[in-house]
Design a protein around this ligand. Structure first.
Ligand code: 5GP
Length: 120
């Protein structure tokens, strides 16, 4: 799957639409989800043009991968869920029900998050 430069997160990265930013560094941006599904719901995205977790894991540099996971941990701590716990979700592709085709991890917490999966 090729990268769609007009996806909503690409527009956020270019500053074309706003976001509620919680963290930024050279490789990573994190912001609040526009439709939160828990008291804490943030999205962490790489700045590079990666479609999915699969694409990121296969082609991102070591620095990008390290920066991404460091950022996830920092955002969880900054948002106050590091000690109480949280769930990371990375939806990928059709069966993963990925809606935005730019790799992202959801951080969900601030309350019990429930069962891990709900099959239809
Ligand atoms: P996915 O299903 O691709 O894993 O999740 C995409 C997420 O992006 C959804 O939780 C949705 O609420 C969020 N989202 C979609 N459009 C926007 C937007 O314009 N701004 C923000 N902050 N989040 C968005």
């Amino acid at each position: 799957m090729s990268y769609d430069k007009n996806n909503i997160f690409a527009k956020i990265l270019r500053g074309e639409i706003p976001c509620n930013k919680v963290y930024e560094d050279e490789h990573v941006l994190a912001f609040k989800d526009i439709r939160p599904q828990a008291k804490v719901h943030a999205l962490v995205i790489p700045k590079g043009a990666y479609v999915s977790a699969q694409d990121f894991g296969e082609t991102a540099s070591e620095q990008e991968i390290a920066a991404f996971h460091r950022a996830v941990a920092k955002v969880a701590k900054d948002l106050g869920v590091a000690d109480t716990g949280y769930r990371l979700i990375a939806n990928a592709g059709a069966h993963g029900h990925q809606e935005v085709p730019h790799y992202h991890v959801h951080i969900l917490g601030g309350q019990p998050i429930g069962k891990m999966v709900n099959l239809p």
